[in-house]
Design a protein around this ligand. Structure first.
Ligand code: ATP
Ligand code: MG
Length: 604
């Protein structure tokens, strides 16, 4: 038999009637039930024939578009030695997210979470002149990350498939071109795959470097929050900058004063007590926005300590009392360092910090002026305006400051984006209030600059014969994650509903009933469709009820369904419909292939 149709009688497939117990999102649930993937371990998935077909199609689209911008495909091992990652500090910086292992000789290895080091070293090995550049290399390969919380099936796996590309150029201008080429290819890829996306400005995190954008699929299951401006521009909240506030006029603000505040430690308690004992001169009630909270965190620097070892720094952040600290947003600004709440030992190490009454006068520049040893670095949130007056801790038990003015009475060591972004906050591009949306990161483009070239000594001779470091960019697409996002966006309560370009087949032919004629008509239709280059999933199972076949077709989600059954025998027609149940039609057997071919074309 020459037919390449997927025959359900022999296809390695078992659909599940019940939802898998621990499937937390629809795509994970349906991909398992419909027999595309199977769980091997948390965040680790086995690809079954149907799943692999879809994955291969996505890979093909990615490959075509990335080849189309002149990038060349290579393939690295996933198992790598420690040394290159040591040289770039990522052996430590990646923290617990790396799978590390030892070989039989006790040498350290890792399963690569991404491959910047190896690409850099490869180009260093093989190229030596500006004449060799520009070059962009890429691979489609398995990556490993020991994610703290694998979730949502393929969305956050511990083993997953990534397309990663790396550009090498002689100068920054070349880098910008390579970056834009890659960005353009991503737009074409996601458009062809039918994936809805927004491009957001991003922080570069542990990658280092400067300019970076993320492609997010706007989905409720996403862990990324992005801020959308009325202009259509979007930012990852970690990358959002608060528009700079105007300095306020301090001429009418009285001198700062210390007042007893009993044991009012909570924001609400402080407000109630202040309203009762210290009513405001302007007659309005005290509010959380009048309070400056000083939150103490610990910054875990991966290096730069004694002998360039990791070290822990205690840092205080001043934030308005009505806003919560957003640890993810704050952490992005300390990358590659990680942050956590300060613990008891951190506070003990700084006797000047009086829990509940920590204020600016013992922090940062003020601490230095007061001669406090090892002063705690003090950063102020971007929502605190110069010249604003605050009700804040006075560094003694049960005493607070009133009218302590930023820029008059105290300074900070720097400004940070420490607090949560709220819907209605103003957009940095001046276009108005922001809305907040959820998304899944499906791709990212980075201008790495010289970080990896410098760390690994990648230089070439320029036109004047001088050795110069190479400018690099890196560009990732989460291929397996994209598959999950498509499933997440294209399904209903009965099952998957694939876009035609990546569906495991374009037409699902069902032969139902016991009558030989129906099976013969179906078989003929399959052959005709195949001769037109249409991929077919053929339910040729004997002794399986029509009800089960219909249910399976809905679950598997091939976009067009053709049924040869009772109607075929009685009046010579085949029923054709879309997976979503729309456009159902009874078509004479002889015309069925034409009609289906037309519909496939229309769906493309
Ligand atoms: P995330 O913030 O979601 O953890 P990331 O920014 O760490 O992702 P990158 O290092 O930018 O990821 O990797 C490139 C792409 O690989 C991402 O845009 C994403 O699509 C995909 N990806 C990253 N981590 C995973 C994972 N655990 N499972 C599946 N895909 C992933
Ligand atoms: Mg990323």
């Amino acid at each position: 038999m020459n037919s390449t149709a997927l025959r359900m009688s022999t296809l390695f497939l078992r659909t599940l009637r019940e939802d898998p117990a621990d499937a937390d999102v629809d795509s994970a649930r349906l991909l398992q039930r419909a027999g595309y993937i199977r769980k091997a371990a948390p965040g680790i998935w086995t690809w079954l024939p149907l799943g692999l077909r879809v994955l291969n199609k996505i890979e093909s689209v990615v490959r075509e578009e990335i080849n189309g911008i002149g990038a060349q495909e290579v393939h690295f091992p996933a198992l790598l030695p420690r040394e290159p990652y040591e040289a770039t500090h990522r052996w430590e910086e990646y923290g617990d997210n790396i799978f590390r292992l030892k070989d039989r000789h006790e040498a350290d290895y890792l399963l690569a979470p991404t491959h910047e080091e190896m690409f850099t070293l490869l180009v260093k090995d093989m190229y030596s002149s500006y004449k060799d550049l520009p070059v962009t290399l890429y691979q489609i390969q398995t990556k490993y990350r020991d994610e703290f919380r694998p979730r949502a099936g393929l969305v956050r796996g511990r083993e997953f498939i990534m397309k990663d590309a790396y550009s090498f150029t002689i100068d920054e201008e070349g880098l910008r071109k390579a970056y834009n080429d890659e960005r353009g290819a991503y737009e074409r890829i996601f458009r062809r795959l039918g994936v809805n996306y927004v491009i957001v400005s991003a922080m570069s995190g542990p990658m280092g470097g400067s300019q970076s954008e993320e492609f997010l699929a706007p989905l409720a299951i996403g862990e990324d929050t992005f801020a959308l401006a009325p202009s259509g521009k979007a930012w990852n909240v970690e990358a959002l900058t608060t528009p700079k506030l105007d300095d306020l006029d301090v001429s009418q603000i009285p001198a700062a004063e210390k007042r007893a505040t009993l044991d009012a430690k909570t924001i609400d308690g402080m407000i109630a007590l202040a309203d009762a004992r210290y009513p405001r001169a302007d007659g309005r009630a005290w509010a959380a926005t009048d309070i400056l909270k000083n939150v103490v965190i610990a910054v875990k620097h991966p290096d730069g300590g004694e002998d360039d070892k990791p070290w822990r720094e205690v840092v205080a952040i001043g934030v308005p009392g009505d806003r919560q600290v957003d640890m993810k947003r704050l952490e992005a600004q300390f990358a590659p360092a990680e942050i956590e709440e300060a613990n008891e030992a951190d506070l003990k190490a700084h006797a000047e910090l009086v829990p509940g009454y920590i204020g600016p006068m013992v922090l940062g520049p003020q601490a230095k002026a007061a001669g406090i040893e090892h002063p705690v670095r003090y950063l102020i949130d971007a929502h605190v305006a110069k010249g604003s007056a605050w009700f804040t801790g006075a560094d003694e038990n049960e005493v607070d400051y009133y009218d302590l003015v930023y820029g008059r009475d105290f300074e900070a060591d720097g400004v940070v984006e420490a607090v949560e972004v709220r819907p209605g906050d103003l957009s940095p591009d001046g276009s108005g209030p922001l809305s907040l949306e959820r998304g899944v990161e499906i791709g990212q483009v980075f201008q790495l600059g010289l970080k990896y070239s410098n760390a690994l000594g990648l230089k070439v001779l320029d036109q004047n014969g001088k050795a110069v470091p190479v400018w690099m960019g890196c560009y990732g697409v989460g291929v397996s994650r994209v598959l999950a996002c498509i499933a997440e966006a294209h399904h209903d309560d009965k099952g998957l509903a694939w876009p035609v370009n990546i569906a495991p087949a374009q037409v699902h032919v069902l032969a139902t009933g016991k009558n030989q004629e129906a099976f013969e008509a179906a078989e003929k239709l399959v052959a005709e469709l195949e001769s037109r280059g249409i991929e077919v999933l053929y339910d040729d199972r004997l002794k399986v009820s029509p009800g089960v076949k219909f249910k399976d077709a809905e679950l598997v989600g091939v976009p067009l369904v053709a049924v040869a059954g009772r109607d075929t025998v009685n009046n010579g027609t085949i029923e054709i419909r879309n997976r979503d149940g729309s456009d159902s039609a009874a078509v004479p057997v002889a015309q069925a292939a034409d009609v289906l071919a037309e519909r496939v074309g229309a769906l493309r």
